[in-house]
Design a protein around this ligand. Structure first.
Ligand code: UDP
Length: 321
């Protein structure tokens, strides 16, 4: 079977939604995942289909990766250590996946001339709190010895790899910076705020707001994101370029906690926890992160279709089921 799309991290939250949409569009998928943060539950509805192949293994296994890329004509490189909490707790493992793993994936994509999209992160911009972060904006980072910034550095190297393979070797590669993507199947285990708040609200536990809760984010539904990933990798003019993808509705984390309590009808209260206690001593958060998505809008018509309330409701429904 000639597989069309290889998704590294295919059993992850975003990878599994991407697989669903690719299949809906008639493509075949090969899902490579070591189930370190991904879950078999995310893809159990797909396994057994003739157009789906699941390979259990790591992108760090060069021979396995070689075989997977050889049988694909598009690579979506999503396998990565993600989630601020995970990065802080397992910095070495995270670096291995995000640096060595990505280097191998690009090497193989180049060997077979396979077009590739890599998901990067809004962490790239660090503490830049500009009104709308656009792709050419400066990065403002703390010390690389702080785990959070080491993640940003590793992802920046991934972007440089993607770009340099395009410039120097003509490898068709696209870079996407994801801003707070949310939806069904996302787990709160690695720190992501909306699944955590929903879980706490449904259990009637206190909602854990870190810092003072004035920090702001824009959340985007995973369905909007995966559509854009496919549209971008298929667009000739996307190669060698970077695109922000994210929502536009800005909300403070305290307001988010109140919104989750209201929409679940929960009796939970809010517990404010200092950053040092929530993460590690000296932890630095981003106060504000708002994407400018004009570039993706102009090239492939990217426009989020879900409001924040829709997103919260989708996560609530998922966790209730
Ligand atoms: N956060 C929080 N309580 C939690 C988990 C996260 O207040 O239980 C905060 C976190 O400190 C950050 C925001 O919610 O300010 C978004 O966190 P997340 O890890 O989802 O994404 P980030 O934007 O940090 O990458």
């Amino acid at each position: 079977m000639r597989v069309k799309a290889l998704i590294t991290g295919g059993a992850g939250f975003i990878g599994s939604h991407l697989a669903d949409l690719l299949l809906e569009r008639g493509h075949q998928v090969l899902l490579l995942d070591d189930l370190s943060t991904g879950s078999h539950r995310n893809i159990e509805h797909l396994v057994g289909r003739p157009d789906v192949e699941f390979v259990l293994g790591s992108i760090l296994n060069a021979d396995l990766l070689d075989d997977c890329v050889a049988r694909s004509d598009t690579v979506f490189h999503l396998a990565a250590a993600v989630g601020v909490q995970l990065i802080v707790e397992k910095p070495l493992e995270s670096l291995a996946t995000n640096l060595r793993g990505s280097e191998l994936v690009f090497e193989k994509a180049h060997k077979y001339g396979t077009r590739i999209l890599i998901t990067s992160t809004s962490e790239i911009y660090g503490k830049n709190t500009s009104d709308r972060l656009s792709e050419e904006d400066d990065r403002i980072l703390g010390s690389p010895l702080k785990s959070r910034w080491s993640y940003s550095e590793a992802k920046a190297i991934d972007e440089i790899l993607a770009y340099t393979y395009w410039r120097q070797k003509g490898l068709r590669s696209v870079i996407v910076r994801l801003f707070n993507t949310v939806g069904p199947r996302q787990t709160g285990h690695y720190g992501m705020v909306i699944p955590r708040f929903v879980n706490q609200a449904l259990r009637g536990e206190a909602i854990t707001v870190y810092g003072d809760g004035t920090q702001q984010r824009c959340f985007c539904h995973v369905g909007d994101v995966v559509r854009a990933l496919i549209d971008l990798v298929e667009h000739e003019e996307a190669y060698g370029r970077v695109f922000n993808l994210g929502g536009t509705e800005e909300v403070s984390i305290m307001e988010l906690a109140e919104r989750v309590i209201a929409r679940t009808g929960s009796s939970s209260g809010v517990r404010v926890i200092p950053y040092d206690e929530a993460y590690e001593a000296g932890f630095e958060d981003m106060q504000r992160r708002v994407p400018d998505t004009t570039r993706a809008h102009e090239l492939v018509g990217f426009a989020p279709t879900h409001s924040l309330d829709d997103i919260i409701d989708a996560v609530v429904a998922d966790q209730r089921s």
